[in-house]
Design a protein around this ligand. Structure first.
Ligand code: AMP
Length: 396
């Protein structure tokens, strides 16, 4: 199943409504990281170069359906102008689509660009109400979705507009679907998944789907302790997802039935307190002291995991192996990132914290693909249909 992209349709002279993910971090009205804007440039530039009239839309933050100027996209318009080296028409109107906006869109010349105000200034946006979707759609003749980070949400600007316009994907979504999709449907084997992070509960559906696909499943990070508990081990004061203990036990059984090798840490780095400067020590997983908590995987686990990764041909990684934000408990996560960086396998990093970790340790350019969507990539790995992708036309 392949989705049409901007390459598959005529864009010249057309008003193209392009949904981007410009949900950038801001501080005191300034953009602190513009990676989401630079990531959107290839599609925007393709459309400009091919003579489209580009109408950009995005959300930023959670203005809760009101025109809260704390969340205006004005700084994004300014940054875009710098990056594109050309004017980006932007007028902040609380209703997002007004007569003035309709007129500006209608008057665009080929290769010109405008940006709409934050679509979440309208309360209908997140409810996917047809009225607002229609207002947006009337501005353009073609809908292009390139906002992978919000593709798991059925909103007016991510899905609803496709009820009124032909819809294709931009290059970012194309890339996400290719790498995540290939890993799940057509992986080179051995296929190894590494799951980490704090809560098992959030990731159970992902683990269940991956158990049907992978050869080896490695569990690390905070969620290991719920599995340890399910194995009858004492975990001291380690993070525990109590309601998920039984499910963890069932997942272990399912792995066995599916013939999937399940690798849990064999040793952990423990600390007295959840603090970088806390007293720490390495212990085997069945020796966690009652007054300590597991904060990272230990060296024996790192060794086992590295050996497994060295054999892999495809690796999907979601969630850190420990509290990597604290330098004294970052080693396990760093070693996994290093093993992946040195691996010949296709390495796919699910968004969010593992992406942040890979960046932090300087291995980002060594990975095959780093997903730009946290929640969206998790839902993709869960095997769910993402509404913002489902609405796009299929290639014949
Ligand atoms: P998640 O959002 O579920 O992927 O969880 C990511 C968070 O899990 C990160 O902020 C880590 O600091 C945290 N984490 C990883 N390992 C542990 C651990 N052993 N104890 C507590 N938190 C952890």
């Amino acid at each position: 199943m392949m989705k049409k992209t901007v390459r598959d349709v005529e864009v010249k002279g057309k008003k193209v409504l392009l949904r981007c993910d410009f949900n950038v971090p801001m501080q005191d009205g300034k953009i602190t990281d513009d990676i989401r804007i630079t990531a959107a440039l290839p599609t925007i530039e393709y459309l400009i170069d091919h003579g489209a009239k580009v109408i950009l839309m995005s959300h930023m933050g959670r203005p809760k359906g009101e025109a809260n100027m704390e969340y205006t996209l004005k700084p994004v318009a300014e940054r875009l102008e710098e990056l594109l080296g050309k004017e980006v028409f932007f007028t902040s109107v609380p209703e997002v689509v007004s007569q003035q906006i309709i007129d500006t869109a209608a008057a665009l010349e080929n290769g010109q660009v405008m940006l709409l105000e934050n679509v979440r200034f309208r309360k209908e946006e997140t409810k996917n109400e047809p009225g607002f979707a229609k207002e947006l759609a009337q501005l353009g003749e073609l809908f292009v979705n390139d906002a992978f980070g919000t593709a798991h949400r059925a909103h007016c600007s991510t899905a609803g507009v496709a009820d009124y316009l032909p819809a294709v994907s931009g290059f970012l979504i194309e890339k996400e679907v290719k790498f995540l999709g290939d890993a799940l449907e057509n992986p080179k084997r051995p296929f190894v998944a590494i799951m980490g992070g704090a809560k098992v509960g959030d990731k159970i559906p992902v683990i269940e789907n991956l158990l049907k696909k992978v050869d080896t499943l490695i569990i690390g990070g905070g969620m290991s302790y719920t599995f340890f508990k399910a194995m009858g081990l004492e975990i001291g004061t380690s993070i525990l997802d109590e309601p998920s203990i039984d499910l963890a036990g069932e997942l272990m059984k399912k792995a066995e039935q599916a013939g999937v090798k399940l690798l849990l840490p064999v040793d952990v780095v423990c600390a007295k307190e959840f603090d970088n400067n806390s007293e720490k020590k390495v212990c085997d997983r069945d020796q966690i002291p009652a007054d300590m908590m597991g904060m990272d995987i230990g060296p024996k686990s790192v060794q086992l995991i590295s050996e497994e990764l060295a054999k892999a041909k495809t690796v999907v990684w979601n969630g850190p192996a420990g509290v990597f934000e604290m330098p004294n408990f970052a080693e396990g996560t760093k070693k996994i990132a290093e093993a992946l960086a040195n691996s010949q396998a296709a390495t796919i990093i699910g968004g969010g914290d593992s992406a942040a970790a890979v960046e932090q340790f300087g291995y980002a350019d060594k990975m095959t693909h780093i997903s730009t969507g946290g929640g969206a990539s998790l839902e993709f790995l869960e095997g769910k249909v993402l509404p913002g992708i489902a609405v796009l036309e299929e290639k014949e």
